[in-house]
Design a protein around this ligand. Structure first.
Ligand SMILES: [Zn+2]
Length: 375
């Protein structure tokens, strides 16, 4: 699904494969529980550069990037799934009713284009709504309840939907939203930056480490998790398998830099660098690891933001609580408008985050990790 507009400004955008990586990961469809297309891409990326690539029994991808030493084990994680829908039932008239996968605002579902992922053929559909022409005045400011919504695939009957379009209950549905560079600037517009920005970041870091000549002081496990959006499920099983010494989760942060959102809700802003979460509803990071990340960012001249969120939940908390516990931090790329068809990140932030994570994993030698693990 093309329509890619490449950024004209800055040669590094043309020279670097990051934009391509971001586009591919943004556009691929893979809602929670249906990550197979994302998994395929990730396995392809890791196969040539990892010692081994395996999956756990829920479908998370675990790539072992060997170092000079087998320990310490640093686990990088990013979730492969995105928020989406799945086919619940098909009305006799040929309209599709759906179940939400992950947290959606009802308003974000209305009047949008969707792709129903299908083995036969991907099918385009639209969540239609009643026109204002027939809407009573008092209903015009009302929110459309998601349970009343449906997807129109242009079919005349249930029979046509099932037999001609090949759609069945259980089929996954994702937003239709091609990637674009926003008006030739630094900002990237696309679906699913939560958490494909983190996934692209993880791949980029591993590619850079593998192509550099610097000695790898530790073992890195790069993990693409499944089913984060429905309760951190893949991170629970994959972190048990890896049994890491340190956990670094890579996520989409919550940018609060547009009208209607305040610093009481979230403090990070797009373009000011990667963010570490100091608090969210699922995790308080290991304090020594938190300070280590801050020191590394400072010594590398990378601007680092902090965020304190009341809500939110992320895979890092599953890593943190795995087995006897793991010092863990959540590093985020500030993102506007998450969990919708159109989210926005900054390319500059992506580059800064890449540098930060890369330096972090290089500096986490056994002595440093022992100090962090010691209370
Ligand atoms: Zn996420």
């Amino acid at each position: 699904m093309g329509n890619i507009i490449f950024c004209g400004g800055g040669n590094d955008l043309v020279m670097d494969n990051s934009l391509d990586l971001l586009r591919i990961f943004s556009e691929v469809g893979g809602p929670s529980g249906y990550e197979s297309r994302v998994r395929e891409i990730l396995v392809d990326k890791f196969k040539p550069i990892a010692r081994s690539v395996e999956t756990d029994q829920m479908g998370s991808v675990i790539a072992d990037i060997s170092g000079v030493n087998d320990s310490p084990k640093i686990m990088l994680s990013a979730h492969m799934d995105e928020v989406g829908l799945m086919v619940k039932n098909i009305t006799e008239e040929g309209y599709i009713k759906f179940q939400q996968l992950g947290g959606w605002l009802d308003q974000a579902i209305v009047n949008q284009r969707w792709i129903i992922l299908n083995d036969k053929k991907d099918v385009l559909g639209v969540t239609g709504i009643k026109t204002v022409h027939v809407m009573p005045q008092e209903d015009r400011k009302k929110i459309f309840d998601a349970k009343d919504l449906f997807i129109d695939v242009g079919a005349p009957s249930r029979d046509y939907v099932m037999n001609n379009l090949g759609i069945s209950p259980g089929d996954p549905i994702v937003p239709f939203s091609p990637f674009s560079v926003l008006n030739d600037g630094d900002l990237l517009l696309g679906k699913a930056w939560d958490d494909r920005a983190g996934l692209a970041l993880m791949v980029k870091v591993i590619e850079e480490i593998q192509s550099s000549n610097s000695e790898k002081v530790n073992s890195i496990f790069a993990v693409g998790t499944v089913q984060e959006e429905v309760g951190l499920r893949g991170a629970t099983t994959s972190s048990y398998m890896v049994d890491p010494d340190i956990g670094i989760n890579l996520e989409a942060g919550v940018a609060a830099d547009f009208p209607g959102i305040s610093t009481d809700e979230s403090q990070e802003k797009i373009g000011l660098g990667p963010t570490i979460f100091l608090h969210d509803s699922s995790m308080i990071p290991n304090l020594k690891l938190r300070d280590f990340v801050s020191q590394v960012a400072e010594s590398e001249g990378i601007s680092l933001q902090f965020n304190v969120l009341t809500g939110y939940g992320q895979d890092g908390s599953a890593l943190q609580r795995s087995r006897g516990g793991t010092p863990t931090i959540n590093i985020a790329i500030p993102t506007r408008y998450l969990h919708s068809h159109n989210s926005v990140i900054s390319y500059k932030d992506f580059q800064q985050a890449t540098r930060l994570v890369r330096v972090l994993v290089e500096k986490l030698d056994s002595k440093t990790v022992e100090e962090i693990k010691n209370f």
